[in-house]
Design a binder for this molecule. Structure first.
Ligand SMILES: Cc1cc2nc3c(=O)[nH]c(=O)nc-3n(C[C@H](O)[C@H](O)[C@H](O)COP(=O)(O)OP(=O)(O)OC[C@H]3O[C@@H](n4cnc5c(N)ncnc54)[C@H](O)[C@@H]3O)c2cc1C
Length: 484
C-alpha cells in the first residue's frame, strides 16, 4: 500500500526559505518505488539530512522523500576500502564505523551530518579539492530509481551520461538508492595542522599558492569585516594526514581512536539582534588574535567538522534564518573578484560570522558540478529581507562580471538567468533529464526557481561582460563553449 504523506514545514540549513511540503519516509525500495509511481503528489524530491542551505531539498506543496531510513551498509572490502551502502547512510555513521578500521573519506564537506546521497547529488568538495577533486571522483557505481520506476545502474562506464548528470544533479535525475565508494586508508585519526596568520588577501593567496604542493588540505578563515590594508586577513589551516610516528605516546597506543566530545547545543532560535556587525567584529578580532602561528595534531572531528560540536548552531541567526553565499572565481580573476566581494561585504551591514576561503583544482565531469580551478569563498549572511536580496543581486553581478559561479547546495535566492549564465552545461543536463524524466517527476523548489527543469535562455541582464565569454572560461565541454 502507498505510504501516506505528512504535511510538514521544512527548511534547508539556513531556514531561508521555509516551505510546507508533503513528506514520506520510505524504509524499503518497494515502499519508495510505490511512492514515486503511485503516490498522491505530482512530483517529488529526495531529501537526506537537509544540510543544503537553501531550497534544493524542498518542494513547496508537493512531495519530499526522506532517505534517512535507507541507511544500511551493504558490503565492505577491507583490502581495497570499497564500501557499498544505501544512500541515506550519514557520514557521521560511516566515520564511527570506518575510522576505527583505518578508513576515512577521500574528501568530506565541513559537516559529517550529510548523507551519501546528498554528498553525491551536490558532488561535494572538501579542503583537498586542489589535490583530489570532488566526492564524485570516488563513487565507483550507483543505483538510481528513475521516474519510470526502473532501477538503473550507473557508473563512469555504464550509463555514463546519467551518472554524470546525477553526480552534482541535485536530486533531479531520480532517487539515488545505493552507492559504491572508494574510501581512503588512514594510519591515524589525526591530522597534522599548521595554523598560519596572514595580514591581508594578497598574502593569503600567495601562501595558498606556495603551499599547495606541501599540504593535502588547506582552508582559510577570513575576517570579512576587515577593510583597507587588512582586507582579507586570514587564519590559514594547512594540513596533512597524521602519521603514527607523529603521535604522542598516549595516543600512539590507539591511533584510530578519537576523544568523545560532549556536544554543546543552541537550545532555541536566538533573537535577531544577537548577531550584528559589532558582535561579529568582536568575534573576528578575538579569533584572529587567538590563532597565533603554530603546528599541532588534531583529531578528524576538530579539523574537518568544528561546527558539528555545537548542535543547531544555525539557530544563532534567529527565526528569519540566513543564507550561505558561496562564490567561486576562476584563477585569472580570483584576486579582483575576491577584493570586490569582500569590499562589498565589509561595506554592507550583512555581517558574515563565518567566511571560509579554499583553493579549488580542475573541474570534474559532473554536468552541474560546481568547482573549477580557482578560489571559493563561502559567506553566511543573515536574512534581512529586501536588503539581503539587494546584496545578493550585487554579489551575483560581481560574480558574473568576473566569470564566477555559485554553488547550488548553498544557493537560495539566485535567479534562473544568473544560474544559466554560470552553468554552461545546463542544456546537456536538461537533455539527459528530458530523456529519463520526461514528465518531470523529480523537481525541487530550487529547480523551479532556477529554471533547471524548463528551458531558460540566458540573458546578460545582470552582467556587463558578454555571457559567452563566461561560458568559455568555465566550460569543460568545447561543444557548449562554441555554442555559447
Ligand atoms: C555546516 C555545513 C558545512 C558544509 N560544508 C560543505 C563543504 O565544505 N563542501 C560542500 O561541498 N558542501 C558543504 N556543505 C553542504 C552539504 O555538504 C551539501 O548540501 C549536501 O548535499 C548535504 O547533504 P544532505 O544529505 O543533508 O542532503 P540534503 O540537504 O537533504 O539535499 C541536498 C541535495 O541532495 C539531493 N539528495 C539528497 N539525497 C538524495 C538521494 N538519495 N538521491 C538523490 N538526490 C538526493 C536533494 O534532492 C538536494 O538536491 C555544508 C553544509 C553545512 C550545513
Amino acid at each position: 500500500m502507498t505510504q501516506r504523506s505528512v504535511q510538514q514545514v521544512l527548511g534547508g540549513w539556513g531556514n531561508c526559505p521555509v516551505e510546507t511540503c508533503h513528506v514520506t519516509s520510505p524504509e524499503s525500495l518497494d515502499a519508495l518505488s510505490e511512492t514515486v509511481s503511485r503516490g498522491e503528489q505530482s512530483d517529488y524530491i529526495a531529501r537526506g539530512l537537509g544540510r543544503a542551505y537553501g531550497d534544493s531539498a524542498l518542494n513547496a506543496d508537493r512531495g519530499v522523500i526522506l532517505t534517512r531510513r535507507l541507511n544500511r551498509l551493504l558490503a565492505f572490502d577491507p583490502q581495497s576500502g570499497l564500501l557499498e551502502c544505501e544512500s541515506g547512510v550519514s557520514f557521521a555513521d560511516l566515520a564511527r564505523v570506518m575510522v576505527p578500521r583505518g578508513w576515512f573519506f577521500p574528501t568530506t564537506p565541513g559537516t559529517k551530518f550529510v548523507t551519501v546521497g546528498g554528498a553525491i547529488a551536490a558532488d561535494v568538495h572538501g579542503k583537498n579539492h586542489h589535490r583530489d577533486g570532488t566526492f564524485g571522483n570516488f563513487v565507483r557505481r550507483l543505483t538510481l530509481l528513475t521516474a519510470s520506476g526502473e532501477v538503473l545502474a550507473c557508473s563512469p562506464q555504464e550509463n555514463a551520461d546519467v551518472f554524470w548528470a546525477t553526480v552534482g544533479g541535485m536530486g533531479l535525475t531520480g532517487v539515488i538508492l545505493t552507492a559504491q565508494i572508494a574510501l581512503m586508508k588512514i594510519e591515524t585519526a589525526y591530522f597534522d595542522v599548521s595554523y598560519q596568520r596572514t595580514a591581508h588577501l594578497d598574502e593569503t593567496l600567495e601562501r595558498f599558492a606556495a603551499t599547495d604542493h606541501e599540504y593535502r588540505y588547506s582552508v582559510a578563515w577570513i575576517d570579512c569585516l576587515a577593510s583597507g590594508r587588512s582586507l582579507g586577513r586570514s587564519v590559514l589551516m594547512l594540513a596533512n594526514d597524521g602519521r603514527a610516528d607523529q603521535l604522542p605516546r598516549r595516543l600512539a597506543q590507539r591511533p584510530l581512536d578519537v576523544p568523545a566530545r560532549l556536544p554543546l547545543s543552541v537550545p532555541f532560535q536566538m533573537p535577531g539582534f544577537a548577531l550584528n556587525p559589532w558582535s561579529v567584529k568582536a568575534f573576528n578580532a578575538l579569533f584572529y588574535a587567538k590563532n597565533k602561528d603554530r603546528s599541532t595534531l588534531v583529531d578528524y572531528n576538530t579539523f574537518f567538522y568544528p561546527l558539528d560540536g555545537v548542535q543547531h548552531w544555525n539557530r544563532i541567526y534567529g527565526r528569519r534564518g540566513f543564507i550561505q553565499y558561496q562564490a567561486l572565481f576562476p584563477r585569472e580573476t580570483s584576486r579582483s573578484g575576491l577584493v570586490k566581494l569582500l569590499e562589498k561585504i565589509a561595506r554592507s551591514r550583512g555581517a558574515s560570522f563565518l567566511a571560509v576561503l579554499k583553493t579549488s583544482g580542475e573541474a570534474g565531469p559532473g554536468m552541474l558540478s560546481y568547482l573549477h580551478a580557482g578560489h571559493t569563498l563561502a559567506l553566511d549572511l543573515p536574512n534581512t529581507g529586501a536588503d539581503l536580496r539587494r546584496l545578493v543581486r550585487d554579489l551575483d553581478r560581481i560574480l558574473l562580471d568576473e566569470g564566477g559561479r555559485l554553488y547550488a547546495a548553498k544557493d537560495a535566492l539566485t535567479s534562473a538567468e544568473v544560474f544559466a549564465a554560470m552553468y554552461p552545461r545546463l542544456d546537456e543536463f536538461r537533455q539527459v533529464k528530458a530523456r529519463i524524466d520526461p514528465k518531470m517527476k523529480f523537481v525541487s523548489s530550487q529547480a523551479r526557481r532556477l529554471g533547471i527543469v524548463e528551458a531558460v535562455c540566458p540573458k546578460p541582464f545582470l552582467s556587463s561582460a558578454p555571457i559567452p565569454a563566461l561560458h568559455d572560461r568555465f566550460s569543460t565541454c568545447s561543444r557548449h563553449a562554441a555554442a555559447g
